[in-house]
Design a protein around this ligand. Structure first.
Ligand SMILES: Cc1cc2nc3c(=O)[nH]c(=O)nc-3n(C[C@H](O)[C@H](O)[C@H](O)COP(=O)(O)OP(=O)(O)OC[C@H]3O[C@@H](n4cnc5c(N)ncnc54)[C@H](O)[C@@H]3O)c2cc1C
Length: 249
């Protein structure tokens, strides 16, 4: 594959959270530039065609490797092939990392309410890690993030449950609300239960993330996204302040 268009990256780490969800860390020789929230395109040769799929990047731009949170889609064209990869394997990615699902920098927007289903947390993790990096460089005006993260079971939140819970304890600008929709499988769970979209108004209102000061984001499952968009629209969020990243149709 031509280096004009593609770069090669080695899978250096893989953590399987469940049989169909996992963290995959790919390290290229030189990490390409990108903005938090954007996606990389994995490319594999499929006969005489190229099979290409976009994946939101979990890692922040300053990190050396590209971290992805992947879901295996049974009978999908690409993901069963990714699931066969073991550390040391190499994949090609497009040089151009793109996407408009980035932090809204409109004047007056200081707060950001973000809803994710399972792997849809990826862009928000990149934004959080990037903000922490900027603070380490002296940025003293962090944006406020309210992140709502839904899954059926706790295991599906992977290592990101603990990462975001711990960061939210340290940083007062970060509010992280995980929720599980099958609480009967989680006898120890004391947190929120039910669907992520049902919690948006409860937390946005109580923490003061409102139409006058906030942008809204929804990422992952298309049904959740439609519901959250409707909720934010009814809360008077302007259309241009509501952002979406649908992973499939
Ligand atoms: C901007 C963007 C960012 C994305 N980021 C991520 C990411 O961070 N992590 C990630 O795992 N995926 C992500 N995806 C989805 C990813 O690009 C692929 O669509 C997914 O991995 C399935 O690829 P596949 O070739 O295995 O299945 P395909 O052969 O493409 O799909 C087979 C069928 O399954 C459906 N389908 C695809 N994905 C799902 C799903 N998750 N649940 C249920 N049905 C599905 C398709 O609509 C199709 O009908 C993203 C998609 C977009 C558009």
């Amino acid at each position: 594959m031509s280096p004009d268009k593609f770069f090669e990256a080695e899978l250096t780490e893989r953590i399987d959270f469940t049989e169909d969800l996992g963290l995959f860390r790919f390290c290229p020789a030189t990490p390409p530039p990108f903005k938090p929230g954007q996606y990389v395109t994995i490319v594999v040769q499929d006969g005489d065609k190229l099979l290409q799929r976009p994946y939101s990047i979990v890692s922040a731009p300053h990190e050396k490797c590209i971290e992805l949170f992947l879901e295996l889609v049974p009978h999908g064209a690409l993901t069963p092939r990714l699931w066969e990869l073991q550390p040391g394997a190499r994949v090609f990615m497009r040089n151009r990392i793109v996407g408009n699902f980035i932090v809204d920098e409109a004047p007056g927007v200081q707060k950001h309410v973000m809803a994710a289903t399972v792997t849809g947390i990826a862009p928000f993790l990149s934004m959080v890690r990037h903000q922490i990096y900027r603070m380490s460089l002296g940025d003293s005006n962090p944006r406020d993030f309210l992140i709502l993260h839904g899954a059926s079971r706790l295991a599906e939140l992977g290592v990101y449950l603990r990462e975001l819970q711990e960061l939210a304890q340290i940083h007062d600008w970060l509010h992280y609300i995980p929720t599980v929709s099958r609480p009967w499988d989680e006898s120890e769970w004391q947190g929120e239960t039910g669907r992520v979209d049902d919690l948006v108004r409860k937390y946005a209102d109580s923490l003061g993330f409102v139409a006058d000061n906030a942008a809204g984001y929804a990422c992952g499952n298309p049904q959740m996204i439609e519901t959250v968009k409707g909720i934010l629209a009814r809360a008077q969020f302007p259309k241009q302040r509501i952002h979406e990243e649908k992973y499939f149709h």
